[in-house]
Design a protein around this ligand. Structure first.
Ligand SMILES: [Zn+2]
Length: 572
């Protein structure tokens, strides 16, 4: 679409299009479209949203013939939009270089040392997508060769998250179940003089790597190395006394190739293997081997591993194993969030966040608790595709995706904040029967309202004597007085450009807490206002909302009922 000088004009055109397509224009769809198309509209979303509400109402009051005639006037714009859509959907589907349809196996390789977050979700949804595109398979591979960090609790949590994300796997395996193969492979490498046992301390190893210097152990004979390797395997070495290193090139331009560590000693009990082993392979050693023996053809891993691709292939070359293709993806993070487990733990200890599923975090458990739908996460992560650009994106982007999905199930309710009483002088009571959703069959709310109502403080502010107002879905009123309580009388309903406001019965309403969830961090500081609670008064029907249900408080926003006992709603 061409660049609009006027946001109002654009909103009008989209509302007409929406009404033409669906019978009635929907504020949320129009707003999403405008926000996606017109950058300026994002500067003040609340203001844009108000204009959208106003124009959508106007359009919905138009006859079908008027809508059609307006649509004709803007036929050019619609055509452009249609062409663009066709172009977009006919673009080549996501592709992986070298991947072969019908002969494709990939895997999702979490380490059970923590909880899944949005970055993991990106990897697994992409892998699942490619498995479908290439008529292949996806395996679940627990990369668990560090007994100090890994726990069954994390395996269970990861599986629970994956199930919730509705991702199924063709097979499931654990690195630690393949230790005998690891030992065989390492023995081959040592016996062929491609590896040596280094007994330097960690600092020396680090310094030598930095300066490209070989240590004395590199000169050991093959027989000496074989003997030491046996000692490593049978548990004779203590932690940090010996490591198995690849005899590579300490002067390599690629720092990952400067005699990397393949095995180290870890005496801690392993959550799955107990005390059976004390020499444990590193990620760099076990990953290529397990991938190769499990038939994986295509590996998708984070771009930060690119330097280690050479090592991955070198190990398979030395063993004479089949080589999968490595593909890199960029990192995905949520702005103002914390992914470091150490920092998360600190905040949990301090009591600032409630746990790994605190709704301000971007762990999958947190997103689930907050009310983000799995399909929203999928849509959101897939849009980054195989792009190599790292992304730190605002949570709002995921929330917008989520609102598209929950929009269909969210009941529409009225709620006012900072309430101001308005008395309708010439009425006693009115029967109301309203749909709970404008275009989904979610049933009705039906009750009798008295003549004392509450309206939102911000709406009340602009009222003047003699002014008119439409109480949404009720009637229009003329303001008689604004001293103290607002006094009004019903007025003739006209198609004029009346301000339309939500209201609740002054006597029968439900007091609610609205919890607005913001960014955990503000720059590099903790945002102490990341959770803000305020009060609101919802219409009577709110008492029927169940825990976990979504609502849209009209002109306020989408919420999930987090705790029905306290009528606590959290923002979406
Ligand atoms: Zn050494």
């Amino acid at each position: 679409m061409r660049h609009y000088m006027d946001i109002r004009e654009a909103i009008f055109i989209y509302s007409i299009k929406n009404a033409l397509d669906y019978g009635k224009a929907d504020s949320r769809s129009v707003l999403n479209k405008i926000l996606a198309k017109i950058p300026e509209a994002k500067k003040d979303i609340r203001a844009t949203s108000d204009i959208v509400d106003e124009i959508v109402l106007k359009v919905n009051a138009m006859d079908r013939s008027e809508i059609e005639s307006e649509a004709k006037k803007h036929a050019g714009e619609f055509e452009e939009e249609r062409k663009r859509k066709v172009e977009e959907t006919s673009k080549p589907k996501m592709a992986l270089e070298g991947a072969i349809s019908g002969n494709f196996i990939t895997r999702f390789p979490p380490e059970p040392s923590g909880y899944m977050h949005i970055g993991h979700a990106k990897a697994v949804f992409l892998e699942k997508e490619f498995a479908n595109v290439y008529s292949g398979k996806i395996n679940l591979y627990f990369d668990d060769t560090n007994p100090e960090k890994e726990k069954q609790e994390y395996v269970d949590a990861i599986k629970e998250d994956l199930e919730w994300l509705r991702i199924s796997f063709d097979s499931e395996y654990y690195a630690s179940d393949n230790m005998e193969i690891m030992y065989e492979c390492a023995s081959k490498i040592v016996s062929e003089a491609h590896g040596y046992i280094c007994m330097c301390d960690a600092d020396t190893i680090k310094n030598n790597r930095m300066h490209g210097v070989e240590c004395v152990h590199r000169k050991q004979s093959r027989e000496e190395n074989m003997a030491y390797w046996k000692k490593m395997m049978d548990g004779s070495f203590n932690e940090n006394e010996a490591v198995l290193r690849l005899a590579s090139n300490m002067k390599s331009a690629n720092s990952a190739m400067r005699d990397p560590t393949l095995f180290r000693i870890k005496k801690e009990r392993h959550y799955r293997q107990g005390n059976k082993y004390s020499a444990w392979p590193t990620y760099d050693f076990n990953t290529p081997i397990i991938d190769s023996i499990k038939g994986v053809t295509d590996v998708i891993r984070s771009k930060e591993y690119e330097l280690r691709d050479e090592l991955y292939y070198r190990i398979l070359d030395l063993l004479g194993f089949r080589k999968p293709i490595l593909h890199s993806i960029a990192r995905l993070e949520i702005e103002g969030n914390i992914t470091s487990k150490r920092k998360q733990n600190e905040l949990i200890k301090e009591g600032f966040i409630s746990g790994y599923d605190d709704p301000r975090l971007a762990t999958i458990a947190a997103l689930r608790k907050r009310g983000i739908e799995p399909s929203a996460i999928r849509e959101f992560v897939l849009r980054f595709g195989m792009s190599k650009a790292d992304s730190v994106v605002p949570m709002e982007m995921l929330l917008a995706e989520n609102r598209k999905i929950i929009d269909r199930k969210a009941k529409r309710l009225f709620l006012v904040e900072n309430p101001v009483k308005i008395i309708v002088e010439d009425k006693t009571e009115s029967a109301v029967k309203l749909r709970l959703h404008p275009n989904q069959d979610l049933g009705y709310k039906e009750y009798v309202v008295g003549n004392e109502l509450l309206i939102d403080g911000s709406d009340a502010k602009s009222l003047k004597q003699g002014g008119t107002l439409r109480l949404k879905d009720l009637f229009a009123v003329e303001i008689m007085s604004t001293d103290g309580n607002i006094i009004c009388r019903t007025a003739a309903d006209s198609k004029e450009n009346l301000k339309i406001v939500q209201w609740v019965d002054a006597k029968k309403n439900v007091k609610c807490t609205l919890r607005k969830i913001g960014h955990l961090m503000s720059g590099d500081k903790i945002n102490i206002k990341s959770i803000e609670d305020s009060e609101g008064y919802a219409e009577e029907y709110a008492a029927n909302i169940k825990d976990g249900e979504f609502v849209q408080f009209e002109r306020v926003g989408f919420f999930k009922l987090a705790d029905s006992k306290h009528m606590l709603f959290t923002s979406l």
